[in-house]
Design a protein around this ligand. Structure first.
Ligand code: SF4
Length: 270
């Protein structure tokens, strides 16, 4: 067992449900989806975000991803060798009544798969949360672990795949298997949502497949692209704040600021 870097509590890697990890939504009794049919059944019957988050966080429906996330959790990157790794699926994070939803791709093996919180503990997340802070959408500029006090201002961050995939690349079958979790999350929050930001072209396509977006002529993704969905939600395109995009200057902090300041304004967030 290793000590959590913030709380000092000891954990196995992966973390067992209900053992005290900060923000762990599950208990040992939480229902575990073992295949695609069970994901679909549990997701469609979820009546609260608390239940949904708990069930997402213990899902084992994709054998390849389960084995990868757990292997990374046990082997660890050398720089995090002294830390316990979450090693489980990563639920959506943020407000339960968000006016702005940010759509990513999947957890990073040594980022969210380590910390248990979306975009937390990797370079992409460093850029994203710093920009969200500058736009007044979170309460602090850094997001390092699940006990660091980060709070959302009417935003929620979601992903279409909840387990870290090898090579950051889930298979089409894994994307389909995981999709009911996001559909259910959207069903539970969408009444409040005014704006979505899609981080990259894949997230853009996912956003256009959510209920309420069906019927939209398929607008092309681009940084700064805007699509008005039939549900009344406005979809904004933003390049993914990946290490490569930021390093090459394809995406700059100023470009992120433009997107999130616009998103905040259009979502009516104070
Ligand atoms: S990717 Fe999604 S469906 Fe597959 S095991 Fe992870 S949480 Fe379950």
């Amino acid at each position: 067992m290793l000590a959590h870097p913030n709380t000092g509590q000891l954990f196995n890697s992966p973390v067992e449900p209900g053992t005290g990890w900060p923000g762990d939504p599950a208990t040992p009794q939480t229902a575990v989806a073992a295949d695609a049919a069970q994901v679909s059944a549990l997701a469609s019957s979820a009546t609260s975000l608390a239940d949904l988050n708990a069930q997402v966080s213990v899902c084992r429906a994709c054998p390849r991803l389960v084995s990868w996330r757990e292997e990374v959790a046990k082997v660890k990157r050398r720089s995090f060798a002294e830390q316990p790794y979450w090693g489980r699926p990563v639920p959506g994070w943020g407000s339960e009544q968000p006016r702005l939803v940010i759509v990513g791709l999947a957890p990073a093996a040594n980022g969210a798969n380590r910390t248990g919180r979306m975009f937390t503990g990797d370079r992409s997340g460093d850029q994203l949360y710093a920009a969200l802070y500058r736009a007044g959408l979170v309460n602090q500029p850094t997001s390092v672990d699940a006990a660091d006090g980060l709070r959302a201002n009417k935003i929620r961050i979601v992903a279409p795949v909840r387990c870290a995939p090898p090579g950051n690349s889930p298979t089409p079958a894994e994307r389909i298997t995981c999709s009911p979790w996001l559909d259910a999350e959207w069903r539970l929050v969408s009444d409040h949502v005014r704006v979505m930001v899609a981080l990259g072209g894949f997230a853009w396509q996912i956003a256009l497949r959510l209920p309420g977006a069906i019927g939209t002529p398929k607008p092309r993704f681009g940084h700064g692209a805007v699509a008005e969905l039939p549900s009344g939600v406005r979809l904004l395109g933003c390049y993914h704040p990946s290490q490569q995009n930021m390093f090459t200057g394809k995406l700059t902090p100023a470009m992120l600021d433009d997107v999130f300041r616009l998103a905040r304004k259009q979502a009516g967030i104070r």
